[in-house]
Design a protein around this ligand. Structure first.
Ligand code: NAD
Length: 503
């Protein structure tokens, strides 16, 4: 039985056909007949294939559909828009199991410990955005008698939304801010994970969104993604992905000076002071890097501990990770660590571990070999697994402490005092998140003020709230998603002057 026959069965035959490109509320074939093969990272086996967009004709078709839908969508009363978002959130909630299964299969996420949570996040995001739709407004004031000034927050037009593989539906839902603010959108899914967004697209139709408001094109980034970035009919690009591609996106978007928001890579530090609650620091340090198989942009992938607590921290961390981050079969209820997205990524992560060892790191946990539970399993042995790995005695300048691995690898080293900790934390090209563990609230606030990052976690790591802006500084990108500030990135603020005096 094919995946989509299974989906059809699971959904009582309601959702059964999503293999095409999704344009104007319809699934259509690629105009050049090309396809994208998608693979289950847990087994290395092909799942299915989807149509891949022609970078010329199909990208243009999707952009034109979004353009045609823009004015009518902009004119839809805000209460109607809000209700559509609420309906969509409800449909996602009702179809959690189906969406989570597809997400798990396509991205290699553990079903119970990751994928269900992701779908819940989509429901929350859409509901949160619905709450903003009827509450956003400009400002009005009268600077002098006979003069009125006001601002309008207007949609930009057609937004190209480019999403990564690590949270396919979550990252997509954050970019629904574009649609909530009155824009129409063309979404380009990651080539490794094209499936869940196509299942979701059927819910968009069922919720009653007009044709052309939400379109999806599958395909490779360098061709299809780039065509979207360069398209003159696109008014803004909202990109989430690697820093390297972010740089290309920013330069190619200059073709019509379209604004870009870039949510890029990171190498977020977690600084553990000797006055910290060590048990808590250990739990958050593990969560901050080993959740989602280490494929977390804001993952605290380098951790520095004040010298006096260093060895105790390492011993406790290794014990905690061994007990709480097991590898195993796809649907296991307590499985937390799962495969990397592709064979190439598995090899890349392994080579980072090797480079750390060569530079002088001590392997406290994990390493490059596969655990027996995977290596001896006929099905799983072909998956792209990496063990949760802790490398100790890392110096801040080591490659493993400077470059984004994007896998389950934690680099751990030491610092001596606050100034040393701050210097190490800021010694990075990236600036996405930063964490501090200490009982001294003054020190924590000083760190929050002085660390170069878009987000700071005091006594936690990778905390997330939809009310708060998400994004980074330096090579982690610019612009924000979520929260009130996220909405501003998708609108043009127009200044209107009303003169009521004679010259
Ligand atoms: P990637 O940069 O390889 O791809 C991201 C998206 O860009 C994909 O859809 C891809 O097809 C597309 N793309 C690739 N080349 C392109 C081009 N030349 N023009 C236009 N689009 C192109 O990233 P990835 O491997 O999918 O995701 C991992 C990266 O994403 C990591 O670096 C991670 O830190 C980052 N990320 C950042 C955030 C954030 O919010 N800051 C969130 C998730 C992931």
């Amino acid at each position: 039985m094919s995946l989509f026959q299974e989906i059809a069965l699971a959904s009582g035959d309601k959702y059964s056909q999503p293999l095409g490109l999704f344009i104007d509320n319809e699934f259509v074939a690629s105009s050049n007949g090309s396809v994208l093969v998608t693979t289950n990272p847990a087994t290395g086996k092909q799942i299915t294939q989807v149509h891949a967009a022609d970078p010329g004709k199909d990208v243009d078709k999707a952009v034109k559909a979004a353009r045609k839908a823009f004015k009518p969508w902009k004119s839809v009363p805000i209460t109607e828009k809000r209700d559509l978002f609420l309906k969509l959130a409800q449909l996602v909630k009702e179809n959690t199991q189906l969406l989570a299964q597809v997400e798990s299969l396509d991205s290699g996420k553990p079903l119970h410990t990751n994928a269900y949570g992701d779908i819940d996040g989509v429901v929350q995001t859409l509901t949160y955005l619905a709450g903003w739709i009827d509450k956003t407004s400009g400002e009005a004031f009268s600077p002098s008698p006979g003069k009125l000034c006001y601002t309008l927050h207007q949609p930009l037009g057609v937004v190209g939304c480019i999403i990564p593989f690590n949270y396919p539906l979550s990252m997509m839902s954050w970019k629904w801010t574009a649609i909530a603010t009155g824009n129409t959108a063309v979404f380009k899914s990651a080539h490794q994970t094209p499936l869940s967004i196509l299942v979701f697209a059927q819910l968009v139709v069922e919720a009653g969104f007009p044709p052309g408001v939400f379109n999806v094109i599958s395909g490779e980034g360098g061709t299809v993604g780039d065509a979207l970035v360069r398209h003159l009919g696109v008014d803004k690009i909202a990109f989430t992905g690697s820093t390297k591609v972010g740089q290309l996106v920013q330069s190619h978007a200059a073709v019509n000076l379209k604004p870009v928001t870039l949510e890029c890579g990171g190498k977020s530090p977690l600084m553990v002071f000797e006055d910290a609650d060590l048990e808590e620091a250990v739990k958050w340090a593990a969560f901050g890097i080993f959740h989602n198989m280490g494929q977390i942009c804001s993952g605290t992938s380098r951790c520095f501990v004040q010298e006096s607590k260093y060895e105790e921290f390492l011993t406790k961390l290794a014990a905690h990770v061994t007990a709480n981050f097991p590898l195993g079969s796809l649907l296991g209820e307590d499985i937390v660590v799962f495969p990397q997205i592709t064979k190439a990524q598995q090899e890349r992560v392994m080579s980072f571990i090797d480079s750390g060892i060569k530079e002088g790191c001590r392997v406290v946990l994990g390493g490059t070999g596969l655990p027996e539970v995977i290596a001896n399993d006929a099905v799983l042995a072909n998956g792209y697994y990496v063990r949760p790995t802790i490398l100790a005695d890392v110096k801040p300048h080591y490659k493993i402490a400077q470059e984004e691995v994007f896998g389950p690898v934690l680099a751990v080293g030491t610092f001596c005092d606050y100034d040393d900790a701050l210097r190490i934390a800021n010694d990075s090209q990236y600036g996405l998140g930063a964490g501090i563990f200490s009982q001294d609230i003054k020190k924590c606030h000083e760190f929050a003020d002085e660390v170069e990052s878009g987000m700071v976690w005091i006594n936690s790591s990778n905390d997330l709230d939809f009310h708060m802006p998400f994004g980074g500084v330096k090579m982690s990108g610019h612009g924000r998603e979520l929260g009130k500030y996220g909405l501003l990135n998708f609108t043009n603020v127009k200044a209107v002057y009303v003169n009521m005096c004679k010259l």
